[in-house]
Design a protein around this ligand. Structure first.
Ligand code: ZN
Ligand code: ZN
Length: 234
């Protein structure tokens, strides 16, 4: 398919972790809104936080290792439906979530499970071994509560800057101008958990509509723009 500006969102949760909608409904919603590329990125969780939640009797809100293969196969099934029904690319992803050490990392085009308990450098190495894209999530200060939990990557940004293929310059309603000032590679994502989060920051990428072209555009960070997607009035 010929080059054009593709409307993309690389950070989306379903009810396989802490999102409100089943994967099928997420696909239909983004498809109907005319998106070109999405990645569904449910949480997988570090062992410390997992144990803590289990001990408190809370729901773990994450894809467990023994459910990972099933999760990926649902995503592949939905990827083929998304293409047939909406000409929308769905790229299987995960959000590698370490709440204990304070980092969230997106892996886009993931194939195998990665343990979120590993150090950042090893997680990145594992993601790249799978030829997936690695994105640092919501790196900077935002208005939302508990943001301090996720500051590890930003605090160590000089060390990690070029380890990641891109950093989130915008996440939902927050815009991290500091990422722009540092001239890091960037993308903008919604961190979608429920339908109202659809109307938020997104990425526009000018490239062929295929997974490898989208991945190279992120890596090279060429022809990428950020776009505040708002509800279209009829
Ligand atoms: Zn996160
Ligand atoms: Zn998220």
């Amino acid at each position: 398919m010929r080059d054009s500006w593709l409307l993309c969102d690389f950070h989306i949760h379903s009810n396989m972790s802490d999102g409100s909608l089943p994967i099928e409904d997420v696909v239909d919603m983004y498809g109907r809104e005319g998106f070109d590329v999405i990645s569904i990125t449910d949480h997988i969780l570090d062992s410390h936080t997992l144990k803590e939640r289990e001990e408190k009797g809370e729901s773990v809100c994450a894809v467990r290792e023994d459910k990972f293969k099933e999760y990926i196969s649902i995503l592949w099934r939905e990827a083929s439906r998304a293409w047939n029904e909406y000409e929308m690319l769905l790229i299987p992803g995960i959000e590698i979530t370490n709440n204990y050490k304070g980092y969230h990392i997106l892996a886009i085009d993931i194939k195998e499970y990665i343990d979120p308990t590993l150090p950042v450098e090893e997680i990145v190495k594992e993601i790249h071994k799978q030829e997936a894209i690695v994105i640092a999530c919501h790196p900077h200060y935002g208005k939302r509560e508990a943001r301090h939990l996720y500051q590890h990557l930003w605090r160590n940004r000089e060390k990690y800057a070029y380890l990641f293929d891109a950093w989130e310059i915008a996440n939902r309603d927050d815009l991290f101008d500091a990422v722009g000032l540092k001239k890091f590679n960037y993308v903008a994502n919604s961190d979608f958990h429920e339908p109202r989060h659809l109307y938020s920051w997104k990425s526009l990428i000018y490239c062929d509509k295929n997974v490898e072209a989208v991945k190279s555009a992120i890596r090279e960070n060429k022809n990428i723009a950020i776009y505040l997607f708002r509800k279209q009035e009829d």
